[in-house]
Design a protein around this ligand. Structure first.
Ligand code: ADP
Ligand code: ASP
Ligand code: MG
Length: 423
């Protein structure tokens, strides 16, 4: 008997109707002879609503308590889903992340999974149950406190369970028909990708294509778990993410896999930093000690006459307050002039392994942006990606311009969005 792990995102279980629809799909997999573990996210925008609520009672909520609050969202959907399955005449049991054996480090709000001990899930499956697991949560090995895995973390829960249970496939059900060449909410002419390598998917995910979380793809690559991203609304075949295409999975030998955009980051500029060794180290040590992950960094050319320089970096908006608080504390010791915080930015990235061997890609990318009248503020590259920061207002136009320029537009408006608010 084969074992499948299925994950249903918030938009798939947004209301009672959605939960009943998902329950039917799970029961169908069970009827087809599979053992099924279903990982669920919180209903609709519950997580965002809980964060808003927390911020109303405390501007920087305590990490441990925020995790306690947020994990409630997934508990609600797991219990309702188990009830809906039982109502269809099948046995189901729901489990919190901790009960399912998801063991993490103790970094609240973005814990990493360090071990998975799914003994209770195995026993439940052996008894003939469908096992429902709350995504996005675990328990710290050291403190025994409840943790969350960072936004979108249910994807990681699903892949980690698939690896630990030696599942044949991890199916990620969402509100679009798979991974497209750009976000279907922005580009109606985006094309569905039949197969994409872990490598390209990692870069797309890291660049903001939130259809799959970066850590989930990392995990899947490490344990070689094929992922099938598909819609819980349409039932159409979706996108396979794996090392090698299998069977009739279509491979486009395009230079570019897709265009990603990200509006979840902000830019911090430390103005007037003394241009001498050790200052950048000092600044980024303070940011690291606040457990903030940064993305792009630029330091401008210092004006020789002043001996001062500006350092800008990007980081998740959600960590903006923490970062500026940490930098304020070292203002006197570093001796910088001021801090600037800008959350009206967007990052646009072009991803594709074919870039390595095609020298004209960067120029074409910048030309497409310039033709669209979009100004570039920061640039960073990897072997298979180019990213720029622009004004947030320009993002949709920029993504469409780049998509068209690289010949990625489909002939039809096939990119359907079935649900969700895009929040
Ligand atoms: P879920 O609630 O199922 O986890 P998410 O909102 O996290 O769903 O992810 C699905 C969304 O990802 C889609 O609705 C779409 O707007 C967005 N998205 C961004 N980039 C892409 C892409 N390249 N292909 C498909 N969807 C994308
Ligand atoms: N509910 C969590 C979030 O909104 C986790 C997830 O959906 O994957 O980020
Ligand atoms: Mg998601």
């Amino acid at each position: 008997m084969s074992l499948v792990v299925q994950k249903y995102g918030g938009s798939s279980v947004a209301d009672a109707e959605g939960i009943k629809r998902v329950a039917k799909r799970i029961v169908e997999a069970k009827r087809n002879g599979h053992q099924v573990v279903a990982v669920v996210s919180a209903m609709g925008d519950t997580t965002d609503e809980l964060i808003d609520l927390a911020e109303q009672v405390s501007p920087i909520p305590a990490g441990r308590e925020l995790d306690m609050l947020l994990t409630a969202g997934e508990r609600i959907s797991m219990a309702l889903l188990a009830m809906a399955i039982k109502n269809l005449g099948h046995e189901a049991q729901s489990f919190t992340g901790s009960q399912a054996g998801v063991i993490t480090d103790s970094v609240h709000n973005k814990a990493r999974i360090i071990d998975v001990t799914p003994g209770r899930l195995r026993a439940s499956l052996e008894e003939g149950n469908i096992a429902i697991v709350a995504g996005f949560q675990g328990v710290s090995q050291d403190s025994k406190d409840i943790t969350t895995l960072g936004r979108g973390g249910s994807d990681t829960t699903a892949v980690a369970l698939a690896a630990a249970l030696d599942a044949d496939v991890c199916e990620i059900y969402t509100d679009v028909d798979g991974v497209f060449t750009a976000d279907p909410r922005v580009v109606k002419k985006a094309k569905k990708i039949d197969w994409i390598s872990f490598e390209d998917m990692l870069e797309l995910a890291a660049s903001g294509s939130k259809v799959l979380l970066h850590r989930c793809v990392e995990y899947a690559r490490r344990y070689n778990i094929p992922i099938h991203v598909r819609s819980s609304f349409s039932g159409l075949p979706g996108t396979w993410v794996s090392n090698e295409p299998q069977g009739d999975q279509q491979v486009e030998h395009a230079i570019i896999s897709g265009v990603a955009h990200d509006v979840s980051e902000a830019k911090v500029t430390v103005v007037g930093v003394p241009d001498k060794p050790g200052e950048a180290a000092h600044i980024f040590r303070a940011v690291a000690e606040a457990e903030i992950n940064i993305d792009m960094i630029v330091q401008n050319v210092s004006a020789a006459s002043t001996g001062l320089t500006d350092i800008s970096f990007t980081l998740p908006k959600a960590e903006g307050k923490k970062a500026t608080a940490a930098l304020e504390k070292i203002k006197a010791t570093v001796g910088y002039d001021s801090l600037r915080y800008d959350d009206q930015i967007a990052k646009i990235s072009l991803v594709g392994a074919g870039m390595k061997t095609n020298p004209g890609v960067t120029a074409q990318f910048f030309e497409a942006l310039s033709d669209a009248g979009v100004n570039i503020e920061l640039i960073s590259t990897s072997e298979i990606r180019i990213s720029v920061v622009t004004r947030a207002d320009d993002v949709n136009e920029a993504v469409r311009a780049v998509h068209t320029s690289f010949g990625l537009d489909s002939d039809s408006d096939e990119a359907v969005v079935y649900g969700g608010t895009g929040r």
